[in-house]
Design a protein around this ligand. Structure first.
Ligand SMILES: NC(=O)c1ccc[n+]([C@@H]2O[C@H](COP(=O)([O-])OP(=O)(O)OC[C@H]3O[C@@H](n4cnc5c(N)ncnc54)[C@H](O)[C@@H]3O)[C@@H](O)[C@H]2O)c1
Length: 414
């Protein structure tokens, strides 16, 4: 077998493996196979090219759509999966280790496809198509966004009046955000640190910058592995919550002197920057799980380094002017997708079931919507939760008529 054939086979097996753990998306797929809700619809997706994304792309295709996929990160593509997906008639533009130029060329392909729907992760496709002008976006019915940073950017576009079609904030819906961002990022970030460095987590001082959804998940999983966790967060309410959860809370000036492993998950730039690097202990490991590679300021780090040495794939040792060595994972890009496989398939089952049903929703409803960011309709979220619970054989509490009435009333007190 030549190499490509082997890769194709591995890619196919990985997709089937993911599919076997995505029962909700599978049942939506079965329904879409019969009803074809996306017949004649062209979809451009800018997403991490993983085995789970492949299952979503297949579902959209089965629903009648023509699909084109490009990478939403230069390092996150699983090449064997991309190959297998291409074999199935989905145009895929992305490979592991793309240059920035190749990355934007792939986005350009997805724009020139003239899609009716956009599935985005980080808003690079949406912002690029809007920058190109009406000619390129006039046929777009709507978009859907997978991550927090994308939503922040879309809301900024909406505020400036440049968002010209409706976009549904898939990221913000509970069946996505409360599972994917918290549980998925928590597990896969620790997985990436362990796979790439084989470092012992137990006993380490582990600094989590950002105690939002992702940060909370990472902090909890690190603690579960036996680490002493420090939280760095600017929001006073979240700091209080972290404190009462039993984490140490401090600023990065102090944490940078104590930490042995650092993870950023803020969606912000410069969470670790110039004034922190000289504080770092010998051998400190730095990585990022936020969407863009701006959270650890690598230009600042380079400016105080005398040497950079590659240790293994995605692992670089920076020697600082004070002769201490600091390890940076995945060039500061989101570590869980660059050095591991992203979230578990059973988590992506929820995120991508939302994406599939939102695509159907947009086709039906986009004419009534404006150039704004919309929430996922509650019915979709509830339907997905119900379906997932069913696959888990969980029977949930059902309220009686009396209880429903009581919960709506005010007359009965002590
Ligand atoms: N790696 C993944 O697979 C994955 C999955 C989901 C989301 N994300 C990305 O992770 C990032 C965080 O997402 P989220 O859903 O947790 O967002 P969130 O808004 O829930 O949390 C971000 C937190 O970071 C804090 N913060 C902001 N600036 C900070 C700074 N300089 N230092 C310390 N804390 C700071 C905020 O106050 C907030 O509490 C986003 O970029 C998002 O797109 C990554």
């Amino acid at each position: 077998m030549i190499n490509t054939e082997k890769q194709l086979e591995t890619g196919r097996k990985k997709i089937l493996w993911a599919q076997s753990m995505m029962p909700v998306l599978n049942s939506i797929r079965t329904e879409f196979e019969k009803t074809k809700p996306l017949n004649g619809i062209k979809i451009s997706a800018c997403m991490h090219i993983t085995k789970e994304t492949a299952v979503l792309m297949e579902t959209l295709k089965v629903a009648g759509a023509s699909v084109m996929l490009c990478a939403s990160n230069p390092l996150s593509t699983q090449d064997d999966v991309a190959l297998a997906l291409e074999k199935e008639g989905i145009n895929v533009y992305g490979k592991k280790n793309m240059t920035d130029e190749q990355y934007y060329q792939s986005i350009e392909k997805c724009i020139k496809f003239k899609p009716h729907l956009i599935v985005d992760d980080g808003a690079d496709l949406t912002s690029s198509v809007l920058k190109k002008g009406t000619e390129y976006y006039k046929q777009i019915m709507g978009g859907q966004e997978e991550t927090t940073t994308g939503i922040v950017r879309l809301k900024a576009m909406e505020k400036e009046g440049i968002l010209k079609f409706p976009v549904v904030a898939v990221n913000d819906t509970p069946t996505k955000r409360l599972m994917d961002n918290i549980l998925g990022t928590g597990q896969s970030t620790i997985d990436a640190i362990m796979r790439s460095t084989n470092v012992l987590i137990a006993g380490k001082t582990f600094v989590v910058s950002g105690f939002g959804h992702c940060g909370k998940g990472i902090a909890n999983r690190a603690r579960g592995m036996g680490a002493k966790v420090i939280v760095v967060e600017p929001d006073p309410v979240k700091c209080l919550s972290a404190h009462y959860d039993g984490f140490s809370v401090m600023n990065m000036d102090d944490a940078s002197k104590l930490g042995e492993i650092f993870v950023t998950a803020t969606g912000d730039c410069d969470a670790i920057a110039l004034r922190h690097f000289m504080n770092l202990k010998e051998g400190a490991i730095l990585c990022n799980s936020g969407h863009f590679n701006v959270e650890i300021n690598l230009n600042d780090l380079k400016s105080v380094s005398t040497n950079i040495q590659n240790m293994s794939y995605g692992v670089e040792k920076y020697t600082l002017k004070n002769n201490r060595n600091v390890i940076v994972l995945a060039q500061g890009r989101l570590v869980n997708l660059a050095l591991a496989e992203g979230h578990p398939s059973s988590i992506m089952d929820l995120s991508f079931s939302n994406q599939a049903l939102v695509a159907q929703y947009l086709v039906k409803n986009s004419k009534k919507m404006n150039g704004a960011v919309y929430a996922v309709p509650n019915e979709i979220d509830e339907r997905i939760a119900q379906m997932k619970l069913k696959t888990l054989n969980v029977r949930i509490e059902k309220l009686t008529k009396k209880q429903i009435e009581y919960m709506k009333s005010w007359q009965i007190g002590t």
